[in-house]
Design a protein around this ligand. Structure first.
Ligand code: CO
Length: 134
């Protein structure tokens, strides 16, 4: 069902510092910061030859990554995103296999303008999984 690795998201406390780390130390191509108020994060996209890394910094009062950063003071891997061809078919198949879909179970438009869903980390080896229809 899952296809390519679309991105790995890393939660960070200081986006400018982390973007500079990827740009200057790791020599990667780093985008300008993009505020995503609907998702409570500001994102920097890092283009790698085979996938993307997204750096997420909390934005606003109720950022979904605020708690994560309280527990992970240095930042850390927040989620991994796999591509699927049909998100509704994927969701129904996952639910039928007992996986828990977060929220109301309806896809939301993600940072790339495409429908996404998140799957419970307890069902996937402690890793928050995002699926994105491409
Ligand atoms: Co993501």
């Amino acid at each position: 069902m899952i296809g390519r690795l679309n991105h790995v998201a890393i939660a960070v406390k200081d986006l400018a510092k982390s973007a500079a780390l990827y740009r200057d130390t790791l020599g990667a191509k780093v985008s300008a910061p993009q505020p995503e108020p609907a998702h409570g994060v500001t994102v920097v996209f890092i283009e790698l030859p085979n996938t993307k890394i997204e750096l997420l910094e909390p934005l606003g009062e109720n950022s979904p990554i605020a708690k994560f950063l309280e527990k992970n003071a240095d930042g850390g891997m927040h989620h991994i995103c796999y591509e699927v061809a049909d998100i509704i078919a994927a969701r129904d198949q996952l639910k039928a296999k007992g996986a828990r879909v977060l929220g109301d179970g309806e896809p939301k438009i993600g940072a790339h303008g495409k429908p996404v869903l998140f799957l419970h980390p307890k069902d996937f080896n402690g890793t928050l999984v995002e699926i994105e229809q491409v």
